[in-house]
Design a protein around this ligand. Structure first.
Ligand code: XBP
Length: 255
């Protein structure tokens, strides 16, 4: 395996627990403001997360759960405006400091930068959501840490399709063999491995029971001294905190 050159991160659930603490709450706020009596409970939201993309999730909810919705001329535009309202509420939650990075994420990003590795993002969420998360957690300058930020509708097919990872690899002008992807869901794993990327899983609140067959390791987080991580599948040397040198070793051990 050629030497590791880049780390590519998913956002929601991987960099931060944004679904549990942010998007779900913001969706419900937007529904209430629009006069809808929809309530996305944590349980229902876990189901709805099978559909990636906020607009796609709302459409699926309308189709699958047949809730009451106002008669509108242009349903696509109506969903887009509901989604924009959700994102406005989501940004308020981010600015309010309610959503922090998962343990160990900042450490690993800093270690990778120190070692001269390329950093990138491949996500389904809206570009402005990524930028606001970075601004509110790591500061404005952190946006420049990422050589490529592939997000949202830049590709027509969202995860589990591999398109967003293929798009990012093209932007980075790197082959998948020299990169490592970080994901938290089965859909994300399918997307990354579909682009031939070795994929490291930090399972999260909504993905504890996902099937991660095909991942190079599965942990419950990246861990740090105060909050050590557990290895669910993979070498013990990854715990108690996933260090860059351990990732380099793991990547090199892949056939
Ligand atoms: C997660 C998603 C997104 C978010 C909401 O993306 O599926 O849809 O739930 O964001 P990822 P939007 O794990 O790839 O970061 O409403 O902006 O889609």
């Amino acid at each position: 395996m050629p030497a590791l050159q880049a780390l590519i991160f998913d956002v929601d659930g991987t960099l931060a627990e944004t679904e549990r603490d942010g998007h779900r709450i913001a969706f419900n706020q937007a529904f209430a403001e629009a006069g809808l009596d929809w309530d996305w409970t944590p349980e229902l939201y876990g189901e709805l997360l099978k559909i990636t993309g906020g607009k796609e999730r709302i459409r699926h909810y309308l189709d699958r759960w047949q809730p009451t919705a106002p008669e509108v001329e242009d349903q696509k535009a109506w969903i887009a405006s509901l989604h924009a309202a959700k994102n406005a509420r989501y940004h308020e939650l981010l600015h309010g400091g309610q959503i922090g990075l998962r343990p160990g994420v900042e450490r690993l990003l800093l270690e990778a930068r120190e070692a001269g590795l390329t950093l990138a993002i491949a996500t389904t969420t809206t570009p402005e959501n990524v930028l606001t998360l970075l601004r509110c957690t790591l500061g404005e300058e952190s946006i420049g840490w990422f050589a490529a930020i592939g997000a949202g509708d830049v590709v027509p097919a969202k995860k589990p399709a591999p398109d967003i990872y293929t798009h990012v690899l093209k932007e980075l002008q790197l082959e998948p063999e020299v990169c490592l992807a970080f994901e938290d869901t089965a859909a994300g794993l399918k997307s990354a491995t579909g682009a031939d990327l070795a994929t490291f899983i930090t399972q999260g609140y909504y993905s504890r029971d996902h099937d991660f067959t095909g991942a190079i390791a599965v942990l419950d987080g990246l861990g740090h001294e105060a909050e050590p991580c557990q290895v669910i599948a993979g070498p013990d040397y990854l715990a108690p905190a996933v260090r860059l040198e351990a990732l380099v070793e793991l990547h090199a051990s892949q056939a």
